[in-house]
Design a protein around this ligand. Structure first.
Ligand code: SF4
Length: 344
């Protein structure tokens, strides 16, 4: 099922599913009960472009802290709960916008009913998260088993006439993710939360996540994404935005084009690329900026860039849409580029 055909859910005013916009999520790594640290991290993530934030609920104190956190942030908040139904009930009462909970892991049926009734009353969706690494032992490890496991959890929610649901099928193996999500898209009408789990540090995760999520997103599969990285969660947002831009699913993210350099390079280009790459992360415009090593091939190779520089001897040539505008001394390249981008 294509993302535009999935059954949309509303997470605190942000729609997941039923549209072509893919929502960017991340997760805090602070102790949720440390409200000050958690709010501080969420605000940084908001500024970086995070659209939904998830927090881990490990005890009642965490579940209660959600109320104060919610009062101080601008984006919807999701509570991640394992096993304990009372934490879920408290999180919902504290005002969470969505919960991540696998109902099949809760033995007390009355508690499940209570959670579902409260979710219905407060319009709180539930994400069922299937992880390949923690499948119930009754299943033999496979992508099909992940689908069967989701069906078991879904049966409980659907039998209570609850359909405000998202699903995820994460694995640390990107190829397994692709297969599981493709099967899921062909099986369920619910929106899909995409992610490769335990994907490693920045480089490893970027490669694995781009392979799996890029493949799925281009097929129209996936309504919200979380890039899982063993690093500052800000990196997850940076990678998510660039991936969606590269897939043609976001325009409000600046794009950098830069050459790999070769023996023709004529100026000190690499520090400029580094600084401009960080700067462009803060620019929410549909703009392509090129930084090229030499004037011979530079402007031509980057002719589709909106603004760019190509190296000359100890200076650079500024060009716009492939047309040369003027020369800039090496020490002014960054300032001029930033000004041009601001004026764009
Ligand atoms: S733009 Fe110039 S320096 Fe960069 S890779 Fe091409 S030829 Fe080499």
């Amino acid at each position: 099922m294509n993302r535009t055909e999935t059954r949309p859910v509303n997470v605190g005013g942000v729609q997941i599913g039923g549209q072509n916009k893919v929502v960017i999520q991340s997760m805090t790594n602070t102790k949720t009960k440390d409200v000050e640290a958690t709010v501080k991290q969420i605000r940084k993530l908001e500024d970086a472009g995070c659209e939904i934030i998830r927090v881990a609920i490990l005890d009642m104190e965490d579940a209660k802290a959600v109320k104060q956190i919610k009062e101080q942030i601008r984006i919807p908040l999701v509570c991640d709960i394992h096993f304990n139904p009372d934490f879920a009930l408290q999180a919902i009462r504290s005002g969470t916008d969505k919960i991540r909970l696998n109902p099949g892991n809760i033995e007390d049926e009355d508690k499940i009913k209570e959670i579902v009734e409260l979710c219905k009353e407060r319009h709180v969706p539930i994400r069922i998260g299937i992880n390949a690494g923690s499948l119930n032992r009754k299943y033999k490890h496979s992508e099909e088993a992940m689908i069967e496991s989701a069906k078991d959890h879904l049966r409980i929610l659907e039998s209570l006439d609850f359909h405000d649901i998202c699903l995820s099928f994460k694995s640390s193996d990107p190829l397994e993710c692709i297969k599981a999500y493709k099967l899921a898209a062909a099986t369920f009408p619910y929106p899909l939360h995409l992610g490769v789990t335990e994907a490693g540090g920045l480089l490893n995760s970027t490669i694995k996540s781009s392979l799996a999520l890029g493949n799925l997103l281009l097929d129209g599969i996936g309504d919200t994404i979380r890039i899982s990285i063993s690093d500052d969660p800000i990196e997850e947002i940076r990678v998510a935005k660039k991936l969606l831009r590269a897939c043609g699913l976001r325009k409000d993210v600046a794009n950098l084009v830069s050459c790999p350099t070769c023996g023709r390079i004529q100026y000190d280009m690499l520090p400029i690329v580094k600084e401009m790459e960080a700067y462009l992360d803060t620019v929410n415009k549909d703009i392509t900026v090129a930084i090229m090593g030499c004037p011979v091939n530079g402007p031509q190779e980057a002719s589709r860039a909106d603004i760019g520089v190509a190296g000359g001897k100890d200076q650079a040539i500024l060009f716009k849409k492939g047309q040369i505008v003027r020369s800039i001394p090496q020490d002014q390249i960054i300032a001029v580029l930033k000004q041009e981008i601001e004026n764009y």
